[in-house]
Ligand binder design. Structure first.
Ligand code: UD1
Length: 366
């Protein structure tokens, strides 16, 4: 069974790495790795391949940055050429980025069976581009691999046949558990940035709703700056966010708070090391809500909703929205010692990729 495994953007890499390994170890399954290059900077892509032990992709599609429709269309045109030249038996996609949906649509049009890893997550907010990608990818998929049980209800509500769904757990957490020790042993990020374990905050922000409007971004930076008056705040900045801070001329907000340190994006091991030792993480990322839950580190999610409610009901995540006053209030509460504790959700145990490989092998024989 020839399986095309498609990745494109940073959060795809840690989800796919353990899957490629598990597929290679399963007799009868033959993965081919395809990188759309939605993300192309070394700091957003190559470093993750190196650190996660992902093989060099068999094919690169050279798609790059563009508006949503154009980026989606470019992936479709290029991936369609690939499958036309050498048709796989199955296409496997992960997560909710534009490359995920585009590759799934190509496979659907060519009647190639599709598997979606991380199926069924819903924010119920269609202003989020990822929500459209999730819904479309799920509706055309033949095997839906879920990370948590709430996803099953979402899929049932959309009329998706339960026979297509496999509850396998979280492959992003497979990567985290596999590399946690190595991050501790090899990363020098704490020393590099002069941070004391348990006495600093870590931030990421890149959602269009948070960074594309000057007022919204300025308010968030102001809130982070206020927290930075209490503890060092380290903020590895996504290229999208960096461009907006410069375009909106927000340097003055940063200058008022020297404790708020903006740095370039980090690799996987350094970021994992910094997450694990942080007193508090503030983010609008999906994956970081999950990773902090497993690491037992308090997380404030700076969004009005989340497609990952299990990180709130079982984990350390608190949804605080985007009001600067509320963010400061909740942040100060954690710094005063009110730390939410939690547990790892079911099947976030390091074996999700193995369950996916097993399910694909069984599916291929059926
Ligand atoms: C994408 C995903 C988002 C994911 C995020 C993780 C979609 C709709 N969004 O958002 O779900 O959480 O990746 O990072 O697929 N850029 C660079 N270098 C790169 C890549 C991008 O400088 O290697 C800059 C470009 O200016 C680009 C901008 O970042 O226009 C946004 O990149 P894009 O891939 O369109 O979306 P993200 O915001 O990264």
């Amino acid at each position: 069974m020839k399986i095309d495994c498609v990745v494109g953007a940073r959060p795809n890499f840690m989800k796919m790495a353990p899957i490629i390994k598990a597929l290679k170890a399963t007799p009868g399954l033959e993965p081919r790795l395809i990188h759309t290059e939605q993300h192309y900077d070394a700091a957003m892509s190559k470093i993750f391949f190196d650190e996660l032990g992902l093989p060099v992709p068999d094919l690169f599609l050279g798609v790059g940055s563009a508006g949503h429709s154009e980026q989606t269309a470019r992936v479709m045109v290029e991936f369609d050429r690939v499958v036309a030249a050498n048709c796989p038996d199955f296409v496997l996609v992960v997560g909710d980025v534009n490359s995920t949906m585009a590759a799934a649509l190509v496979a659907a049009k060519r009647l190639i069976p599709i598997g979606h890893v991380e199926a069924g997550l819903r924010s119920f907010d269609r202003t989020m581009p990822e929500e459209i990608n999730r819904i479309v990818t799920d509706v055309v998929s033949d095997l839906l691999f879920t990370t948590s049980e709430d996803a099953h209800l979402n899929l049932a509500n959309e009329g998706i046949d339960a026979a297509k769904i496999r509850f396998v757990g979280n492959t992003m957490i497979d990567s985290l558990l596999l590399h946690r020790e190595r991050a501790r042993a090899t990363s020098t990020a704490l020393e590099t940035f002069g941070l004391n374990p348990g006495r600093y905050l870590l931030v990421t922000l890149h959602r269009p709703a948070n960074v594309d409007e000057p007022d919204a971004l300025s308010g968030l930076l102001g809130a982070l700056g206020r927290l930075a008056d209490e503890r060092p705040v380290l903020f590895p900045v996504h290229p999208r966010t960096r461009a907006r801070i410069e375009a909106f001329g927000l340097g003055a907000v940063l200058a008022r708070h020297p404790g708020l340190r903006l740095i370039d994006p980090l690799g996987y091991l350094d970021f994992l090391r910094l997450m694990e030792s942080a007193e508090l993480v503030l983010t609008d990322s999906g994956g970081i809500q999950e990773e902090t839950t497993v690491l037992g580190v308090p997380c404030l999610t700076l969004r009005p909703n989340t497609e990952r409610p299990v990180t709130i009901t079982e984990g350390t995540n608190i949804l605080v929205g985007t009001d600067p006053a509320r963010i400061v209030e909740e942040g100060l509460r954690v710094l005063a010692g009110e730390r939410k504790t939690g547990r790892s959700p079911r099947y976030w145990d390091g074996h999700a990729a193995g369950r996916i490989a097993q399910a694909l092998a069984e599916w291929g024989q059926a």
